[in-house]
Design a protein around this ligand. Structure first.
Ligand code: ZN
Length: 436
C-alpha cells in the first residue's frame, strides 16, 4: 500500500552553493507519496491527499520532511570509543583506536557493534553510512549483514594496514588484496550494499599494499575507494618521511593507482595548490569531518574554496574521531568551522551537504539524498521544536531556514521524529507510536 507523509517539505533541485537558497523548494504543507521503496510524488498536501485517498497517511504536522542524512565517512568499529579524551591523531590511533579495533577479531563483538552503530545512525536520522571496518573480513560481513537487516543503503570496506600498526592489526599486501576481492564478490551490489576499497591511510600501508589495492580498484572501477588525506600537519610530515619520492601526500595515492573520480578522500585539510588542482582534474570527492577536525585539533577545512573549484564534498561524522553521531551536530560544526574561515554557510547549504552533497560524493546522487520523484524513499522527519530552547527560537522564525537553523545548531536525536528507510519506518521517537 502507498504511504503518504504529510508535513513541511524541502526539496533541493540544485546545489545551493551554486544556485543559492532558491535551489530549494519549500512546501509549508506538503506531502511525499511513497510505494515499494520509491518516491512516487511530492507536492501540495491537499492535492496529494485528494488524488490518493487510499494511501496510508502519516501526518507529521509542522515537522520538516527531508531526504535522510548521508554520512560520507565514519568508522563503525569506533562506536564504543567515541568521545575519548585527549591526544592528537597518531596518539589517538595508538591509545584508543587500535586496541578497540583489535577486539573485532571476534565476529560476535563485530556484530554487536555493527548493530549498535546502525541503530544509533537511524535514531539520528542517518539513512546511509560510509564506513571503514577493521582489518578483519568478518567486520565487513557484520556491517553489511546488519545493514541488510535494516534495508539500508550503505558503503563499507575492509580497512587495510600492513605496517605501522600493532601485530594483531596487520594484514599483508597479498591478503589485503585477496580478502578485499573476496568481499567485493560477496557484497558489492548485493541488495543496497556497496563495497569500498579501503586503505586506511598512506602511513599504514607499504608501497606493495597500496599498489595491490590500486590494481584491485582498476579491476573493479565501479567500486568506491576511500582513504584519509592531509588531516594533521605532523601526519603529513610522517608521510613525507615514509615516501620521500612523492611530490606530496596525494601523490602517494596517485603513484599507486589510488586517485580517481570514485575516490573519497577524508579530511583534506592541509592541501597544497598542486593537490587541489589534481583533485579537481580527476573529479575526486572529499569528506568533510568537522567535529573530528576540531575534536582532534586537525584544522579548518576550506569549504568555500574547495566548493568553488567544483569538487564534490560530502559531510561526515568520522565516528569515533568525530564527537557526535548526529549529522545535525555535524552541520553545526561545519557552520562553525566555516565561520572561523570567515564564511557563513546558509542552512540550505548545510542541509544539502548532509544529504545530496554526501550522496553525490558517493556517486549515489541519482538514487538518494534528494526528495524527488523516482528517488529511493530514505527520509528523515525533523521536529523543529524538539526542546524548549529550540522551540522558543523557531517560534519566531520568518521562513523555513530560520525555523530549521536552531535545530541544526542545537538539535540532536530528540529532533528525529521518524526515520524512513526504503519506504518503511525504520525508527521513530517513542512518542510517535500511537499515531500510526
Ligand atoms: Zn576517518
Amino acid at each position: 500500500m502507498a504511504e503518504l507523509l504529510l508535513g513541511q517539505l524541502v526539496s533541493m533541485a540544485a546545489d545551493p552553493f551554486v544556485e543559492g537558497p532558491s535551489a530549494a523548494r519549500h512546501w509549508a504543507r506538503g506531502g511525499v507519496l511513497i510505494d515499494a521503496g520509491r518516491i512516487l510524488a511530492i507536492g501540495d498536501a491537499a492535492e496529494l491527499a485528494a488524488a490518493h485517498p487510499g494511501a496510508h497517511r502519516h501526518d507529521y504536522g509542522a515537522a520538516l520532511i527531508s531526504a535522510g542524512f548521508v554520512d560520507a565517512h565514519m568508522h563503525y568499529p569506533q562506536t564504543a570509543i567515541i568521545a575519548s579524551w585527549g591526544k592528537r591523531l597518531i596518539d589517538w590511533l595508538n591509545t584508543y583506536t587500535f586496541p578497540e579495533e583489535a577486539r573485532f577479531a571476534d565476529p560476535a563483538y563485530a556484530a554487536t557493534i555493527a548493530e549498535r552503530a546502525l541503530d544509533l545512525a537511524l535514531a539520528h536520522g542517518t539513512t546511509t553510512l560510509t564506513s571503514y571496518a577493521t582489518i578483519h573480513p568478518a567486520s565487513v560481513d557484520a556491517f553489511f549483514t546488519a545493514a541488510a537487516r535494516r534495508d539500508m543503503r550503505v558503503a563499507a570496506g575492509k580497512t587495510c594496514m600492513d605496517r605501522n600498526a600493532p601485530d594483531n592489526l596487520r594484514d599483508s599486501a597479498q591478503s589485503a588484496y585477496d580478502d578485499s576481492r573476496a568481499l567485493i564478490s560477496r557484497w558489492h551490489g548485493v541488495g543496497r550494499a556497496h563495497y569500498v576499497i579501503t586503505p586506511r591511510f598512506a602511513p599504514t600501508s607499504s608501497r606493495d599494499q597500496l599498489a595491490a589495492l590500486g590494481a584491485l580498484w582498476a579491476e573493479h572501477p565501479d567500486c568506491l575507494m576511500q582513504t584519509h588525506l592531509s588531516e594533521q600537519t605532523d601526519e603529513i610530515a610522517w608521510v613525507a618521511s615514509l615516501f620521500p619520492e612523492a611530490r606530496d601526500y596525494l601523490d602517494v595515492y596517485e603513484a599507486h593507482g589510488l586517485l580517481g573520480a570514485n575516490g573519497i578522500y577524508g579530511h583534506a585539510i592541509h592541501l597544497t595548490a598542486r593537490e587541489r588542482d589534481r583533485l579537481v582534474e580527476v573529479g575526486a570527492a572529499l569528506a568533510h569531518c568537522p567535529t573530528s577536525n576540531t575534536f582532534i585539533g586537525s584544522g579548518l577545512f576550506d569549504m568555500a574554496g574547495l566548493k568553488a573549484r567544483g569538487l564534490r564534498i560530502g559531510l561526515a561524522t568520522d565516528t569515533g574521531g568525530g564527537s557526535s553521531f548526529s549529522m545535525l551536530r555535524t552541520m553545526a560544526a561545519a557552520y562553525e568551522v566555516a565561520q572561523l574561515n570567515h564564511v557563513s554557510l546558509h542552512p540550505a547549504q548545510l542541509l544539502w551537504l548532509a544529504t545530496a552533497g554526501s550522496a553525490a560524493a558517493l556517486q549515489l546522487g541519482d538514487r538518494i539524498g534528494t526528495l524527488a520523484v523516482g528517488y529511493e524513499a530514505d527520509l528523515v522527519v525533523l521536529d523543529l521544536a524538539s526542546t524548549p530552547a529550540i522551540a522558543q527560537r523557531s517560534a519566531r522564525a520568518g521562513d523555513v531556514w530560520e525555523a530549521l537553523f536552531p535545530t541544526i545548531m542545537m538539535g540532536d536525536d530528540r529532533a528525529i521524529r521518524a526515520t524512513w528507510v526504503n519506504g518503511k519506518i525504520a525508527h521513530q521517537r517513542p512518542d510517535e507510536g500511537h499515531q500510526h
